[in-house]
Every structure is written in structure tokens, then in C-alpha cells.
Ligand binder design. Structure first.
Ligand code: 2BA
Length: 106
């Protein structure tokens, strides 16, 4: 069995969850915050048998889009004569971590 940790953008999470539920793939949804942008994102914990891993990946690919966002860099020593200019950052579609695991129910 594999544990997939899937980090997605909040905008994509609802549809992705719906699609996984339809396929009867079990998911735990966590509200998380990206360490770089300090914005909300969604982390899904998905425990699946190995033969379903590709199906989960395909579903994630289908529902999670790449987006470009503008970020104003945080400069700790900003002075009055420095105006930070926004930079563009590409987010997503999704980041997936995968581990071998066993499931026990008690
Ligand atoms: P954030 O940390 O808020 O990162 C959002 C986006 O900012 C990233 O998109 C990436 O394009 C950019 N970014 C992140 N760190 C950067 C850095 N040090 N310098 C320049 N640009 C940087 P994604 O790569 O699609 O990541 C989306 C979210 O997935 C991340 O949100 C974070 O919550 C999670 N994530 C991605 N890689 C991770 C990793 N290796 N470990 C833990 N969480 C990760």
C-alpha cells in the first residue's frame, strides 16, 4: 500500500475531492499553508493499493492546474526609498510525495 501526500491549490481541491470520491478512493483533507507564499493550500492524505496510484496521479493531473501569481517579496530591512516590485511565481498543478505504508483499523 502507498500513502500519497498531495499538495494542491485550494481552487482545485473541491473538484479533485469530488472525482476521487466518485472513484471510491479514500481521502483525508487538511487545510495547510505554503511556506513560501504563506497562503492557504490543501493537502490530501490518500492511502491506496499500488495499482490505484496511477489512477490517482491521472486524476490529479486532470483537475490541478498550473497558475501564475504575483508576489511582492518581503524585504526585512525595507527603507522608504525602496519599492519592492512584484515577481511572478508559478504554482502547481500539484506536488506529490509517496511512501510505502500499511493501514490498520482498530
Ligand atoms: P509554497 O511554499 O507557498 O510555494 C508556492 C510556489 O512558490 C511553489 O509552487 C514554487 O513555484 C514557488 N517557490 C516555493 N519555494 C520557493 C523558493 N524557495 N524560491 C523560489 N520559488 C519558490 P509549487 O512548487 O507548485 O508548490 C506549491 C506548494 O506545495 C508549496 O507552497 C508548498 O506548500 C508545497 N510544496 C512544494 N514543494 C514542497 C516540498 N519539497 N516540501 C514541502 N512542501 C512542498
Amino acid at each position: 500500500m502507498k500513502l500519497m501526500i498531495v499538495i494542491v491549490q485550494d481552487e482545485d481541491a473541491g473538484k479533485l475531492l469530488g472525482a476521487l470520491n466518485k472513484k471510491q478512493i479514500r481521502v483525508t483533507r487538511l487545510s495547510t499553508t505554503g511556506g513560501f507564499l504563506r497562503r492557504g493550500n490543501t493537502t490530501l492524505l490518500i492511502g491506496v493499493e499500488e495499482e490505484l496510484v496511477d489512477d490517482v496521479k491521472e486524476t490529479v493531473k486532470e483537475y490541478c492546474k498550473r497558475r501564475i501569481t504575483n508576489v511582492v517579496p518581503i524585504v526585512p530591512t525595507a527603507s522608504m526609498d525602496f519599492i519592492p516590485t512584484p515577481v511572478q511565481v508559478e504554482i502547481g498543478g500539484a506536488t506529490i510525495f509517496m511512501f510505502d505504508c500499511e493501514q490498520e483499523r482498530m
